[in-house]
Design a protein around this ligand. Structure first.
Ligand SMILES: C[S@@+](CC[C@H](N)C(=O)[O-])C[C@H]1O[C@@H](n2cnc3c(N)ncnc32)[C@H](O)[C@@H]1O
Length: 384
């Protein structure tokens, strides 16, 4: 049976990340919820490597959209069939898109079924709401999904470990709110977009406090990191020492040193091996003290463009994938982005996969400066 991946808020980025693992996935949205349907074997452990997937569920039953479906009967049967284990049976039911009345009916039907079987049980849905990730992680979690072409009954097999992400983010000894720090989830997504293979060294030339290196070594790859700021280099060293103690990552940080990313040489890139990927969040510009006008926002981005171009002009070896996060202004009614970087990078010998021709966008709710993620592939040898 296939699987449903329940995606995070920025569904486009989440799908792009998943495509690195499952190129044939099909995706669909149900109101604000995004899903990807994967028709191959899935190891539940993959959830720890995916920043953009909230939970994975196994499809137990697939139903055509047009047939009238009695979900109350379906839930009763599911509850009878499901493996209960020892002790009190703790469960939860979710309906996508949310439908409070239907959810109440399903919870009632499940409770009655369990009572009739004399099974001691409790459900975690408070106020007849869908469960949060924390809830889904602590119970037998069942989902009813009204999809575009089909409806699905699914059982959750893996849930993102939000406590671990939170520790990897807020638990770090050194944090730098001023320059900006990537959320570990987004760092993971960016690393996955580079599709590193066994032995790939992930290089972060604008490392800041070291989020990309930390997530790289946790995923089992080695990393090197540079930053122009002495403080950032120091912070990254402290953070990675802490990270190694707390998480015992399989990968290593091979080097962290103070360098200007616009002056890196071929040796800086390849001294530990030729199999490299560059994953980085560049300088985001000065902190914004007020909401800029679209003209001010565009000027800020235009002023930053040279640093990105100068970095792309460095001796990046042919064939290297560069996943680059730069700022965009999440203004209403339309965002302000640095569109020119895309064709200018093409002029420097980079190709851009169709997937990110327009960029992938990530912004927290109400965040003015979001991240635009671009993927480049160096097609011509570097001019030395
Ligand atoms: C947005 S921060 C990176 C944050 C990082 N991704 C993290 O999660 O901690 C950008 C970093 O670029 C660095 N930077 C700015 N100009 C640079 C340059 N020319 N070469 C290298 N680093 C530079 C800044 O010192 C800053 O630490």
């Amino acid at each position: 049976m296939p699987y449903l991946f329940h995606l995070g808020r920025e569904t486009e980025i989440c799908i792009a990340e998943l495509q690195s693992f499952y190129p044939n996935l099909k995706s669909f949205n149900v109101e604000k919820y995004g899903f990807a349907l994967v028709e191959e074997d899935v190891n539940p452990g993959i959830i720890d490597h995916l920043g953009g997937t909230i939970k994975i569920s196994k499809i137990v039953q697939e139903l055509p959209k047009k047939m009238p479906v009695n979900f109350t009967e379906i839930i009763k049967k599911e509850i009878q069939d499901i493996e209960k284990g020892e002790g009190k049976f703790i469960y939860g039911i979710n309906v996508y898109p949310s439908q409070t009345n239907l959810l109440k009916k399903l919870l009632k039907a499940a409770k009655e079924t369990l009572k009739a079987e004399d099974i001691s049980s409790r459900y975690l849905n408070q106020d007849a709401e869908n469960l949060s990730s924390a809830g889904s992680a602590h119970c037998q979690d069942i989902n009813v999904v009204f999809g575009e072409e089909k409806n699905y009954l699914t059982e959750t097999i893996a849930v993102q470990n939000i406590d671990a992400y939170s520790k990897r983010d807020y638990g770090r000894p050194k944090r730098d709110g001023l320059s900006g720090m990537l959320p570990p989830k987004l760092a993971q997504v960016m690393i996955n977009l580079a599709k590193p293979k066994k032995g790939t060294i992930v290089i972060d030339p604008f490392c800041g406090s070291g989020t990309i290196s930390q997530e790289t070594i946790l995923m089992g790859f080695d990393s090197t990191a540079y930053d122009i700021s002495e403080k950032a280099v120091f912070d990254t060293k402290i953070n990675i020492e802490w990270f190694k103690k707390e998480f015992q990552p399989k990968g290593n940080l091979l080097e962290i040193s103070q360098k200007d990313a616009t002056k890196l040489t071929a040796t800086d890139y390849t001294k530990f091996g030729k199999n490299i990927a560059i994953v980085t969040e560049s300088y985001l510009g000065p902190p914004q003290r007020h909401i800029p006008t679209p003209t001010e926002a565009q000027k800020t981005l235009d002023d930053l463009e040279n640093i990105y171009l100068d970095f792309l002009k460095t001796e990046i070896p042919k064939g290297t994938t560069v996943v680059l996060a730069i700022p965009f202004f999440n203004l209403k009614p339309s965002p302000v982005i640095l569109a020119s970087l895309i064709y200018k990078a093409e002029g420097l010998g980079y190709s851009i996969p169709a997937l990110t021709q327009k960029g992938l966008f990530y912004a927290r709710k109400n965040q003015i400066v979001g991240r635009m993620i671009l993927i480049f592939k160096k097609e011509v040898p570097a001019k030395v």
